[in-house]
Write a protein that binds this ligand. Sequence first.
Ligand code: ATP
Ligand code: MG
Length: 273
Amino acid sequence: MDAIVQDRPPKFQETKGFQPGPLGTHITVRGLNKSFAGQPLYQDFELNIPKGKITCVFGPNGCGKSTLINMIAGLIPLDSGLVLFDGKTLKQTRIGYVFQNYRDALFPWMKSRSNIAYPLKLAGYDKAAQEARVNELTETFGISFDLDRYPYELSGGQQQLVSIMRALAPHPEVLFLDEPFSALDYEMTLTIRDTLQRIFMNTGLTMVVVSHDLEEAVYLADEILLLTKRPTRVAELVPFETERPRDAQTLASEYFVQTKMRSLEIFQREVRR
Ligand SMILES: Nc1ncnc2c1ncn2[C@@H]1O[C@H](COP(=O)(O)OP(=O)(O)OP(=O)(O)O)[C@@H](O)[C@H]1O
Ligand SMILES: [Mg+2]
């Protein structure tokens, strides 16, 4: 219970002028500025990402979806601004990141098993603990291919599964995924999407997923974060509060169709602006 009440620890109130998010906020972005080549991408950008929910990020091409999650995940620097996770800094937070391009993301010289164990090794797990965690993930994911193979010996979908297992290995509090399905075929997309949903239901971690497919975004999301063209603002946060697991029935539901339509209207309004 304590963890739930923790979203505004004293540190927050002590940070001068800091506006905490509403109850249930996990990630707060405040006063974020980022320019590339003198051209502003984000100006005084503010955002609250809810805890234990899936937020899907959708917006026009080049509006800065990847840049946003990369800045929050600490992969690229902010020009200025503050990002906190339950009031903690990034350094105090365990995060996982799944890249769009699994081919470049996995270490080619390591067997799949070692790729998955790598963050555990960094975190100081001993050999036995690394092995136990990899086995646990193998079971959770229902992996039937051989993890003693090198990434290049696996199909694209299998490689992306290995990437996701690696990201989840150290029990992250937040999992970022940048277009995790875009290089996969349809069948694999469906499988991995539902695997992610199952893992989300079992762990309740916070997930931030960038998607260029609105149907996929709504299907997975508790909240769709719609962004404008640059300089990028939040166009709207559209909730999609329906039970899980979601399935083919969800896609046919009136609520789904309406949410997708509403999101599309906002998107089109912003693209034409
Ligand atoms: N390192 C960089 N140097 C200069 N400009 C950059 C750099 N990284 C991103 N940009 C620019 O910032 C903008 C946002 O890029 P970003 O990749 O975050 O967008 P995106 O919304 O993820 O795009 P896409 O829909 O193509 O995935 C783009 O105009 C891009 O050209
Ligand atoms: Mg991108």
